[in-house]
Design a protein around this ligand. Structure first.
Ligand SMILES: Nc1ncnc2c1ncn2[C@@H]1O[C@H](COP(=O)(O)OP(=O)(O)O)[C@@H](O)[C@H]1O
Ligand SMILES: [Mg+2]
Length: 499
């Protein structure tokens, strides 16, 4: 009998069916392509350790070229044989299932997808209290060969089992055949080792950032090659010069918003300033920091509301989410993306605008003080008014350092350049400007106003370098730049010229 969904109350028990199971080999390879980085993959494995109540998490690795392994061990509650087999199954839990409030998991996929994104052999060894360790391994090559979703009971090294025996309970996740990381690296090669260690250092920094609140609040201890990992605090909460905005509750107080303006460079030691910058640099780390159960998902992002710009770099805003709003905030499998619900965007934007405005104030402060100090220095405009035969003209100021440098360093025909300047001067569209200015005075842009401040900063830097090359002091150079059109409008950038 033919049935369609249009007929109400379809009885599916009488309809013909056919199996269409995922083909094991290709499906498991697909898991590799979810887009984890090494850093986010390790962090996802550690989430499981935290959810399992671990206090200590140890990340260890052994450099052996293509045979390099990486292991993440915890002293959490561990799993028995059945639980481990379930844990190894892709989609072991339904994403819609209500989770315990401290559970960092969601899709029942992380262990598998995070691991396969990096390696071809995933072994999990686990031990429950008063039980012996048990283990199972996913081997992508074996799944490919057999076309079956079968785990194999194989242990990469007895060492891992022995280590767990020393713990009351716990779990070790071992990655072998880490092809994504070690391909193109050779064991005996010094530069390969350096590259590998550099990547590992980046992983450590990412973990120090992702789990900083767990570490700070002594909820976990994280060990990296037996060394304790120190938390990286994006907000410099303990610095007296950090400005804290009042906390704002959202979504029935389930979500909390708190803005921070970090101290001006001059208020921090050089070391502190470097540290505070973060793994991706000052500019990249401005914006919202989204936490799900105190676990960092996003480390500096304006969520499409604003662009990242140098003078906003001191603004960092904490957003705290529970694990019950994943759908509202569109948390992805990798836990590295979050999008606020539409209804909150205006609110977030208004809050962020206040924090950003204050961040600019702090950023500019030093430049403004300098500008006041040097107010007596002769100001150099780009345009000057001249009177010729009783008539008014606007001329380009040949004394302006940018112009005079151009003229003296010009290698083409100087007369041509002079003719060009003259042409511009003679044809300034004064009547048009006058009309427009009287009609719409607010519609006129400021010099270099607009999307990016790169060009004006670059010009300031060139100017600075040329003063220094002429043997002028840093102070003189900055003073002159602050008294020069159009840089007088951008005192906030004066510090970056000497960086
Ligand atoms: N380190 C661990 N200790 C104890 N149980 C774990 C550990 N890692 C994974 N598990 C179990 O495996 C399940 C599946 O993990 P995972 O694939 O990361 O999905 P999710 O974290 O979304 O549940 C977890 O829900 C948990 O029950
Ligand atoms: Mg997980």
């Amino acid at each position: 009998m033919e049935q369609t969904y249009a007929t109400s109350a379809v009885d599916l028990s009488s309809v013909e069916t056919t199996p269409a199971e995922p083909e094991a080999g290709s499906m498991i390879e697909t898991f590799r392509a979810i887009g984890y980085s090494l850093e986010t993959a390790v962090a996802d494995i550690i989430d499981n350790s935290i959810s399992a109540g671990a206090y200590n998490v140890w990340v260890d690795f052994d450099w052996k070229g293509a045979s390099t392994w990486l292991a993440i061990k915890d002293d959490g509650s561990g799993m028995n044989n059945e639980e481990l087999i379930r844990a190894m199954r892709p989609g072991s839990r339904n994403p819609n299932e209500v989770r315990h409030s401290h559970d960092l998991g969601r899709f029942g996929l992380g262990l598998k997808t995070a691991s396969f994104s990096q390696c071809r052999k995933l072994c999990v060894i686990s031990k429950k209290k008063e039980a012996n360790p048990i283990y199972w391994t996913w081997d992508l090559d074996y799944v490919n060969q057999t076309g079956k979703w079968n785990l194999i009971r194989i242990l990469p090294d007895l060492l891992f089992e022995q280590q767990l025996e020393e713990l009351e309970s716990g779990t070790t996740v071992v990655w072998n055949d880490i092809d994504r990381l070690v391909s193109n690296l050779n064991e005996g090669d010094k530069s390969s080792l350096d590259k590998f260690l550099k990547r590992m250092e980046q992983v450590k920094q990412h973990l120090a950032m992702t789990f900083h609140r767990y570490i700070e609040n002594n909820k976990i201890k994280l060990w990296f090659q037996q060394r304790e990992v120190i938390a990286w605090d994006p907000f410099l909460i303990n610095e007296p010069a950090t400005q804290k905005f009042p906390e704002e509750p959202l979504q029935g107080a389930k979500v909390k918003l708190r803005g921070y303006v970090l101290p001006h460079k001059s208020k921090l030691t050089t070391v502190k300033f470097r540290e505070a910058e973060g793994p991706n640099g000052w500019n990249a780390h401005q914006g919202f920091y989204i936490y799900r159960k105190e676990r960092l998902l996003l480390a500096g992002d304006w969520l499409g509301m604003f662009r990242k710009e140098e003078h906003f770099k001191l603004a960092r805003i904490m957003i705290d989410l529970p694990n019950s709003l994943d759908e509202d905030w569109q948390i992805d499998i990798k836990k590295s993306v979050a999008r606020p619900p539409l209804v909150l965007r205006d609110h977030l934007k208004a809050y962020a605008s206040k924090v950003r405005a204050q961040a600019v104030e702090v950023y500019r402060h030093k430049g403004k003080v300098l500008q006041r100090k040097y107010a007596s220095v002769e100001f150099q405009p780009v345009w000057v008014e001249k009177v010729r035969h009783g008539k008014r003209f606007y001329n380009i100021n040949r004394e302006h350092p940018l112009i005079s440098q151009l003229l003296s360093g010009f290698t083409g025909k100087a007369a041509d350049l002079q003719r060009l300047l003259r042409l511009i001067e003679e044809t300034v569209p004064v009547p048009l400007i006058t009309i427009r200015e009287s009609e719409q005075p607010d519609a006129q842009g400021q010099p270099f106003e607009g999307s990016s401040h790169e060009p004006v900063i670059n010009l300031m830097k060139l100017m600075y370098q040329s003063f220094i090359a002429q043997g002028k002091t840093d102070e003189f150079a900055k003073m002159a730049i602050l008294n020069m059109e159009p840089f007088n409008l951008y005192p906030q950038f004066i510090d970056s010229v000497s960086e």
